[in-house]
Design a binder for this molecule. Structure first.
Ligand code: BGC
Length: 531
């Protein structure tokens, strides 16, 4: 019913509005997704930089001495709170910034929020690359964190709203693809700059983040805002014009009406965060929060941030370790492409469940090899075992990259109704960064205490999250974004129980009801059908 069924290009059962895949949509999405590039670069760059002797000597002399004297156990030599704070300050800043970003995405729009992110990034990069002391370094990292908070808030929403339904998953994953390209780019840069004599290699590593920062800023100047956001801010005509342009057709009335209706409901919400706590928003909220916690408890960032340190711990030596990191970075990028291709065909659940099994097995095998082969002070993991560990890390990363990596961002951005979308996304980003911070801050200490057991710890979590997906995560593939309540939540065996408290003052008869009926279109929130 909802969705009109008017589209000539609609697939089975007429679930989609008419929409061509227009160049403007593709270009806008590519530009917006550069926000992910910046996030990925920041995630990837810190591991390599914190393994550089010149950097350690300048900012963390205590750690530097430890790595030189080689007194500590392999698992413990990088265990230093200050060093971990360098990595994790970015995430703390990001999770705070996202609440401001929620306001700006709603009131100023998705596009301007991306522009603000770009500006934060540029200033942060300048401070980082020019850092004279620890304070400058950390303040730079904090500004980059603010950029991450704003970009990760606005970009996934932008992508999910601008994309035609049938390729929404794929286009949204461009964000994650950029995250992985950013990580790989950072690894390659680190590989090169680690060789620079003269003590400024780390400056170059941190400074080259300026490239993605500029790309995002320029991108944000050129893209159009989403029709959803324009309409939400009362610019109906402009929203309609943009919708016509991005869909490449004049037959946009049904979708336009659905957006107007969604925005009418959204406008009645005076306190978005309080509204988020209402019973009927509980399912989306639980899923968004759980997805973020689970994404981080796969253990991905333990590997991403500290891969060079980890490989060093395994006795690879500092050159080989960066080399291995580049391999894992490439696997990450390529596997994300698999996800872009398959997410709207196979669906979200299949990818998550398959990956659960693959990640679980990889971690168990890794734990066994490390448990048997790496003793505290040995510096040579036999090369066959070392290769086996790298292969397991690769199978783990590939599974993550076509499942929890992209879907952790995609699913929350597409399941909240417009009325709670910005607030919901902000909670999503906040929880993601909070747990990224927890892992970043705790990993080196956990490695020091749990040793190889750390992989068993994460594999237990992978098991739990897979059961969560099996029973509690509904499929959202091919459902128009403003129709999730009707077609997903109200039909799920458990979550439908939360949908019975729709208060009717929020869902007054649609102002455009008559017009909607004329167009053969029924709104997603048709109150009559709920009586
Ligand atoms: C996660 C990051 C992670 C990256 C790895 C993202 O989806 O949010 O924390 O570092 O994937 O590719």
């Amino acid at each position: 019913m909802a969705g009109g069924g008017l589209s000539a290009s609609a697939p089975a059962a007429g679930v989609e509005f008419e929409a061509k895949i227009t160049p403007i949509v593709i270009i806008s999405c590519i530009m917006a997704a550069t926000g992910g590039l910046m996030f990925g670069y920041d995630v990837g760059v810190s591991g390599g930089v914190t393994a550089m002797p010149d950097f350690l000597e300048k900012f963390f002399p205590v750690v530097y001495r430890k790595t030189q004297e080689d007194l500590d156990s392999n698992y413990c030599k990088y265990d230093n709170q200050g060093l971990q704070l360098f990595t994790s300050s970015l995430y703390l800043a990001g999770l705070t910034a996202t609440f401001f970003a929620s306001y700006t995405t709603r009131v100023l729009g998705r596009r301007l929020t991306m522009l603000i992110a770009g500006i934060f990034f540029i200033v942060g990069v300048v401070l980082n690359a020019g850092a004279q002391d620890l304070a400058m370094l950390i303040i730079g990292r904090i500004l980059l964190g603010c950029g991450v908070g704003f970009a990760n808030q606005a970009v996934p929403l932008f992508l999910s709203e601008i994309a035609p339904t049938r390729i929404r998953g794929g286009l949204n994953i461009l964000f994650q693809l950029n995250v992985t390209i950013g990580i790989l780019f950072a690894n390659l840069v680190n590989y090169g700059t680690a060789k620079i004599k003269g003590g400024w290699g780390w400056r170059l590593s941190l400074g080259l983040a300026g490239i993605p920062a500029l790309l995002l800023t320029i991108g944000a100047l050129f893209v159009v805002d989403t029709p959803n956001s324009l309409i939400e801010r009362g610019r109906l005509e402009q929203g309609k014009a943009v919708l016509r342009k991005i869909r490449g057709t004049d037959n946009i009335e049904p979708e336009y009406l659905e957006l107007v209706e969604a925005s009418r409901i959204a406008k009645e919400v005076k306190h978005p965060f309080r509204n988020l706590l209402k019973r009927r928003n509980r399912p989306q909220l639980i899923i968004a929060v759980a997805l973020q916690i689970f994404q981080q408890f796969t253990g991905i960032n333990a590997i991403m941030f500290y891969a060079p340190v980890l490989f060093d711990t395994l006795g690879f030596g500092s050159d080989a370790s960066l080399y291995s990191t580049v391999i894992t970075g490439a696997v990450n990028v390529v596997s994300t492409m698999v996800s872009i291709y398959s997410v709207d065909k196979l669906g979200r659940r299949v990818l998550l469940l398959e990956a659960g099994i693959q990640m679980f097995l990889s971690q168990i095998v890794m734990a066994i090899i490390l448990g048997i082969k790496v003793t505290d002070n040995s510096n040579d993991l036999h090369s066959a075992y070392a290769i086996a560990v790298v292969i397991m890390i690769c199978t783990f990363i590939s599974a993550f990259a076509w499942s929890w990596g992209p879907l952790g961002w995609l699913i929350p951005s597409e399941t909240f109704p417009l009325e709670t979308r910005s607030a919901g996304q902000s909670v999503t980003v906040c929880v993601n960064l909070l747990f990224t911070f927890v892992i970043a801050q705790a990993f080196l200490s956990m490695l020091c205490h749990l040793k190889y057991g750390i992989f068993i710890f994460f594999s237990g979590w992978v098991l739990i999250m897979s059961f969560f997906v099996l029973f509690l995560l509904p499929e959202t593939k091919n459902i128009p974004i403003e129709e999730m309540t009707e077609r997903v939540w109200k039909r799920h065996w458990l979550w439908k129980r939360f949908m019975d408290d729709y208060d009717y003052e929020d869902v007054l008869p649609p102002i455009n009801d008559i017009e909607a009926k004329k167009n053969g279109h029924t709104n997603g929130f048709d109150p009559a059908s709920q009586l």
